[in-house]
Design a protein. Structure first.
Length: 393
């Protein structure tokens, strides 16, 4: 009696791989006979045609199966978070990008996303893999009005981009509360009064924050004309863990300038979005952010001590855009490049800059008393690109 664990061996005809090889071998043999002038030329040609068709059909099936497998693998790579696909687990980080069309059809979005993809791993099991990091790009111009957005959506629809990046239209049009306000001269605006374009950007940013608040544990601001510097996301992962050792209730970490390279907890996004909407006619979004985070924006000051705003030692996102969405002052200073010290970023106030005077041996500031015992790791190492004496390389 045959054991249940022993199965009769299949014939070679039932093996797809061997059958395919047999077809190819027969086709080659037929070709050889034809070249030697075989007497059954017509019959041989017919058989050769049939064999060729079978091989082509088999190849098409293989390609179809391969495409289906790749699609299934991409589906496995993309998490099923609450966020983007309706499941319960949320990614660790969502990178949010608002994008707007620029004069002359110039777009930096493809380059911005490409540099970000360069810093994201292919491996599903990596701490920064697509199960833990997602990217959401929101069109601030309305459907069909931003060719750069459409081009990026097509370019990043497959492969690695398909695993990480999602593209969305505004959930609802932004309504300017002061549509009849006098135009603002961006080249002569010492009070930083937001013009129509800036008010629209604040409104669109608030929409993105509202749409993102339930999608992840943390949220990172990224503008559509910034290069992601090498190891930037590894730095963010490291610094957030380090900040949590110092102040588990930290408010934000800053890794760059403008509304860029700022990490918040997603649970704080509704508060900031509401603040932006309420005050968008008063200041631009980066100054409203500063007011909300530093000067005690509404709901941010309670009976408990103020939550910490940390700054990383070096800039890890660099501005690359030359063509702006609005007028730029011709004598404006150059923006800091990758790894420039955050202690000297001219557009940030002291509270947002890295405190090099008091934290020369560390890589995030402020650098006060630790709440945990891991003092060596949390205060000194690793200092990415910083010598042991604390100086820049």
């Amino acid at each position: 009696m045959q054991s249940a664990s022993v199965r009769p061996e299949r014939s070679s005809a039932s093996r797809p791989g061997l059958a395919r090889l047999s077809l190819i071998a027969n086709a080659l043999l037929l070709l050889l006979l034809l070249r030697r002038g075989g007497t059954r030329e017509a019959h041989l040609r017919s058989e050769l045609l049939q064999a060729s068709e079978l091989v082509q059909a088999s190849s098409a099936q293989v390609e179809s199966a391969r495409a289906a497998l790749q699609e299934a693998q991409r589906a496995l790579l993309v998490p099923r978070p609450s966020s983007l696909n309706g499941s319960a687990a949320r990614p660790w980080l969502l990178v949010g990008v608002t994008t707007f069309p620029r004069p002359g059809g110039v777009s930096y979005l493809n380059a911005t996303l490409s540099s970000l993809m360069d810093e994201l791993p292919d491996s599903l099991g990596d701490p920064l893999g697509p199960a833990n990091v997602q990217v959401l790009v929101m069109n601030g111009a309305g459907e069909g009005a931003h060719p750069g957005f459409e081009a990026a959506r097509a370019a990043f629809a497959q492969g690695k981009g398909g695993a990480y990046v999602r593209f969305r239209e505004l959930p609802a049009p932004c309504v300017d509360p002061t549509p009849d306000a006098a135009p603002v001269d961006d080249l002569n605006n010492p009070q930083n009064v937001p013009g129509q374009e800036v008010r629209a950007q604040s409104c669109h940013l608030a929409s993105l924050l509202e749409a993102s608040s339930a999608l992840s544990q943390h949220y990172l601001f990224l503008e559509d004309d910034f290069e992601t510097c090498g190891h930037a996301l590894r730095t963010v992962h490291y610094a957030l863990n380090k900040a949590s050792l110092r102040a588990p209730d930290w408010l934000a970490l800053r890794f760059s300038y403008g509304m860029n390279g700022i990490v918040l907890r997603s649970s704080d996004l509704p508060s900031l979005a509401a603040y932006l909407r309420k005050h968008l006619t008063r200041l631009p979004p980066d100054l409203l952010w500063r007011e909300w985070a530093i000067a005690g924006g509404e709901s941010m000051r309670t009976a408990k001590p103020a939550r910490r705003l940390y700054t990383y030692r070096q800039n890890v996102w660099a501005h690359t855009g030359v063509v702006s969405t609005f007028a730029v002052r011709p004598l404006r200073r150059a923006w800091p490049a990758c790894y420039a010290p955050m202690a000297a970023v001219w557009s940030l106030v002291a509270r947002e800059q890295f405190d090099g005077a008091h934290c020369a041996q560390e890589d995030i500031s402020p650098c006060g008393q630790l709440l945990h015992a891991q003092r060596d790791w949390a205060t000194r190492l690793p200092l990415f690109g910083v010598a042991e004496d604390g100086t820049e390389p």
